[in-house]
Ligand binder design. Structure first.
Ligand code: IVH
Length: 702
């Protein structure tokens, strides 16, 4: 939204901001969905590299447009904990790490740290480098040396209580040795060795149980067992590398902490090294990479951490990752194989996704037979044809991707791939939409909408999925069955199933795969979801661009479903006040607002919603509150600061929920002025804005 008095620059920025905001919203929804798949379901669908690329894109958008940072959204690093374990709140959050890939970025990391701390050119700066273990992180709480609680990371703020399971891991002491802090929370990585993983999979297969994709998944699966006796049978290991609450601190250095953990009785990684320059770090990264294949456990990079803990404290965090640490990742593993066929999958929103069917090949220790080809343009750009020998890349433990083909190995009769213009599931036209600038969407979509069985099945699956309505016993297989028999075609049908079954002669319990108990449990699970959190409900509707994060944003803004629906219905006209309201929600931009308006403008959707709301009640959301004294305030720092750098002050203010601005205006709430403050200070005085010193500021926020 802009008005006449703005300069051309401001107008251009507003336009760019609108664009960035739409992209940001889309990315954040996608990332949230992948977080759930990765952290909660142990079943990721994209590569780590793709995930990292999305994260980096988000970070760069946020760096250019700080207004996109959602101060009220908790920075999520994983996904919410699953329901089967008791929950544990982390006193000190378990956050994530930023990623870098190139040697130049190591230099940038060191330079950034030095600049932030205001270090003189030759002032020493020690940084530790250690392998990044591909397992799952765990926080172990010891009180007076006794293990009292073990928790997974969960979403970083709240994890799962896995104490009983962790007690079965031999490398985790029940009692610490030596001079131990009264409160001692040790954090590190639980992992399984490559050899044990292979042996476990062998056993699983012999017993007709599903195999794990990789050591990380098998460690996660082994730890998150409801029965600790199962965990006890699994060979899990632990490396200590970080901490949470710790009082008193045994050292004021990162490497000192690690040494202390070793004296307490923990295993620490022998490849940890104290380095003194970017060159040192890069050399150690290379040395570790050389040993990667021969190490008994999986690693996916090297973690660098500023050694001085006072520096760490000053550097603090940017949204979800510390400024004082970063992960320098290794390149993904590759292999070549033959592309046998290209299969088109139809998703919930009608997106046609090409999947490569490959001659099975081992990539980094895992057998791969499917890989993503992304979309039509990617196939054309890489000129990938059926019969080609293709290069497959697998990073981490997610769906591998096809990078390209080997020209010399192309069969003489290979023809360019013709991407279908018809939906393989329903025969409707599949089209690529153009945006406002006439640019074609990368994705071709089926226009069949609810007529398309693939879309309606995928929508039902989404509606029942874990982070939506979470209906136990109504998994993908059951939905496909019910849909094919015409029993459940819409979400509302799920809730009338019991009543219809009661009146029917062909009862569910008599069908293959069902029995009296399972049907009773299924109906109980369905009925338990007749009241559901509004954000889950909104997410479950499967509105385009509305992932978990945006569903929460909408829920938080409107509180009730009726309010959201009324505004969305009135928002069809892009110039309406209702559309402007949707648009103005923090994190919701044009694209999301339009998708929401479109969803509610669709007659089919409205009919389905009416039917659904007769069965299900979305529970209103309570308004959120922020407690910091400067939350929501706009602050300007001016003059020179003596106790911290400008960047540090800004970061601190933002951490507390304030907005930091470069210029004083009527919207400014507070000005922190140091020596040498000039025109900004004058302007603040003129406007009657509160002005305080750096010391006042520190007192206020401490
Ligand atoms: S330090 C605040 N050190 O990587 C930073 N993390 O991407 C705390 N990880 O959740 C993490 N090896 O699961 C750290 N040597 C190491 C690590 C490591 C593996 C994992 C850990 C963390 C994730 C962050």
């Amino acid at each position: 939204m802009w008005h006449m008095s703005q300069s051309p620059d401001q107008i251009r920025r507003a336009a760019r901001l609108a664009e960035a905001s739409a992209e940001h919203a889309r990315l954040s929804a996608e990332i949230a969905e992948h977080d759930v798949r990765y952290h909660q379901q142990d079943a990721p669908t994209i590569t780590d590299a793709e995930y990292d690329a999305m994260r980096r894109r988000m970070d760069s958008l946020e760096a250019r447009f700080p207004e996109l940072v959602d101060l009220f959204a908790r920075p999520r690093v994983g996904a919410a904990p699953s329901e089967k374990f008791a929950k544990v709140k982390h006193v000190v959050p378990m956050l994530s790490l930023g990623n870098i890939f190139q040697p130049e970025e190591v230099e940038e990391f060191v330079a950034r740290v030095r600049k932030f701390l205001g270090l003189a050119e030759h002032a020493p700066l020690a940084i530790t480098a250690e392998p990044k273990i591909d397992g799952l992180s765990c926080s172990l709480r010891y009180v007076k040396g006794e293990l009292v609680q073990a928790a997974t990371r969960g979403d970083g703020f709240e994890g799962e209580d896995v104490t009983a399971n962790v007690r079965t891991i031999k490398e985790i002491p029940h009692k610490l040795r030596g001079n131990v802090p009264e409160i001692c929370e040790v954090r590190g990585e639980i992992y399984m060795t490559k050899g044990d993983f292979a042996a476990l999979n062998e056993r699983q297969m012999q017993q007709g149980k599903p195999a794990f994709a990789n050591p990380r998944n098998s460690a996660a699966g082994s730890l998150r067992q409801l029965d600790p006796n199962v965990t006890a049978q699994r060979p899990l290991h632990f490396f200590a590398y970080a901490w949470g609450e710790m009082n008193p601190m045994p050292s004021d250095k990162q490497h000192g902490m690690i040494e202390a953990f070793e004296t307490f009785g923990f295993k620490v990684n022998p490849l940890t090294k104290l380095c003194h320059s970017a060159d040192d770090l890069i050399a150690h990264w290379r040395a570790i990479e050389e040993q990667r294949a021969s190490l008994p456990y999986d690693i996916d990079g090297v973690v660098y951490k500023v050694d001085d803990l006072d520096y760490q404290r000053r550097l603090g965090f940017v949204s979800r990752a510390p400024r004082w640490a970063t992960a320098h990742k290794f390149a993904a593993e590759k292999a070549t194989t033959i592309l046998r066929d290209i299969e088109i999958q139809v998703g919930r929103t009608g997106a046609l996704t090409p999947v490569a069917k490959l001659e099975p090949v081992t990539v980094g220790g895992v057998v791969v037979s499917n890989a993503t080809l992304h979309n039509e343009d990617e196939i054309a750009r890489k000129d990938i044809r059926i019969g080609d020998t293709v290069i497959v890349q697998r990073a981490g433990d997610v769906i591998p991707q096809v990078l390209g083909h080997v020209p010399e190995k192309r069969p003489a009769d290979a023809k360019p791939y013709a991407f279908p213009h018809m939906c393989p599931a329903c025969g409707s036209a599949a089209v690529r939409e153009a945006d406002a600038k006439g640019e074609l969407d990368a994705v071709r979509r089926c226009t069949g909408g609810l007529v398309c069985p693939a879309q309606s099945i995928e929508r039902l699956k989404h509606f029942c999925s874990r982070n939506a309505l979470d209906i136990e016993g109504l998994g993908d297989r059951q939905i496909e069955l019910f849909h094919s028999e015409g029993l459940v075609m819409t979400p509302a049908d799920i809730f009338t199933l019991e009543e219809r079954d009661r009146r029917s002669l062909k009862k569910l319990k008599d069908r293959e795969g069902f029995g009296e108990t399972s049907v009773r449990n299924l109906f109980a699970a369905i009925n338990s979801r007749r009241n559901v959190a509004i954000n889950r409900f909104i997410f479950g509707l499967g509105i385009r661009h509305v992932g978990e994060t945006n569903a929460k944003r909408l829920a938080r803004h409107f509180c009730t479903f009726e309010a959201l629906r009324a505004t969305a219905q009135a928002a069809t006209d892009p110039t309406s006040e209702a559309r402007a309201e949707l648009n103005a929600i923090e994190g919701v931009g044009d694209v999301v607002a339009e998708a929401v308006a479109e969803f509610f403008a669709e007659k089919h959707n409205e009919d389905q919603l009416d039917a659904l709301l007769k069965e299900v009640t979305p529970e209103p959301m309570e308004a959120v509150q922020t407690s910091s004294p400067v939350a929501g305030k706009t602050i300007v720092f001016t003059g020179s600061l003596e106790k911290m750098t400008r960047e540090e002050a800004k970061a601190q203010a933002e951490r507390l929920g304030a907005k930091v601005s470069g210029s004083v205006s009527k919207k400014t709430d507070l000005v922190v002025a140091g020596p040498g403050a000039g025109s900004k200070l004058d302007k603040a005085t003129e406007l009657g804005i509160e002005v305080i010193t750096e010391d006042d500021w520190l007192a206020r926020v401490s």
